[in-house]
Design a protein around this ligand. Sequence first.
Ligand SMILES: Nc1ncnc2c1ncn2[C@@H]1O[C@H](COP(=O)(O)OP(=O)(O)OP(=O)(O)O)[C@@H](O)[C@H]1O
Length: 260
Amino acid sequence: MTEVFLSCEAVTLKRLGRPAVLDGITLTFCRGELVGLLGLNGAGKSTLLRILMGLLKPTSGTVHLEGELLSSFRSTDVARRLAYVPQGHAAVFPYTVRRMVELGRVPHHGIAGRLGPDDQRKVDAALERLGLCGLADRPVTELSGGERQRVVLARALAQEAVGLLLDEPMTGLDYGHQVRLMGLLAELASEGHLVFLTSHRPEEFFASGSRALVLDGGHIVADGPPEQIVTAERMSRLYGVPLAQIDHAGKRFFHHEENT
Ligand SMILES: Nc1ncnc2c1ncn2[C@@H]1O[C@H](COP(=O)(O)OP(=O)(O)OP(=O)(O)O)[C@@H](O)[C@H]1O
């Protein structure tokens, strides 16, 4: 049986005076999975990711990492196992792209630790994989939104964590970089990483993803292979617009179906 890498049990998140954002969510994730989480704006996708990272404490329920309570790990030990790419990362300090990606090695060496040749190779590989070698000496404060997004992704790769939790990682990327990133995420999953991403583009992970989840009304209302979950019928119901699907060459596309 495949060993569970990350799990949450009966996770509920309530905020004062509002219905629960997450209401008793139980999920398990294994290495090698590429999981896409779909849901409307405000459904609680980022909230779930933050709870799985230990950045937000649920009102009730637990999270386990490698079979141990997440809350029992030191933050650096979490960071050696889980990397997080938040939505819309803002650059505050004018670090160079290389320095930002080097920060991915901090969980391994501490903030004052010196990077050895092996670390530099890992940083170079991450820059290369995200097509950032030409920007390595530029300050991140002078980059475009899409370029900055790729820097944050490269930092997550340099971190060498098994689990990659990515909140809308394609946002701001041009079409070529979206395609390349999806290929890279599929590659990482096949190398044994757990890749968990939120997305507003169901087609995005249809072909490459191994599993799709739908979060609605605080519950996981669908969980399974993308070809069974990412269907026109379900997506129409979720997004409240009539959609038709076209399957072509192992991919699925949706278009708005006008009422006749
Ligand atoms: N710090 C906060 N304080 C109070 N409510 C919050 C806070 N952060 C998020 N929320 C609320 O929690 C709910 C879930 O937010 P979350 O960001 O998890 O949604 P999401 O599914 O990621 O949305 P989107 O697709 O728009 O990014 C929303 O109703 C949001 O308004």
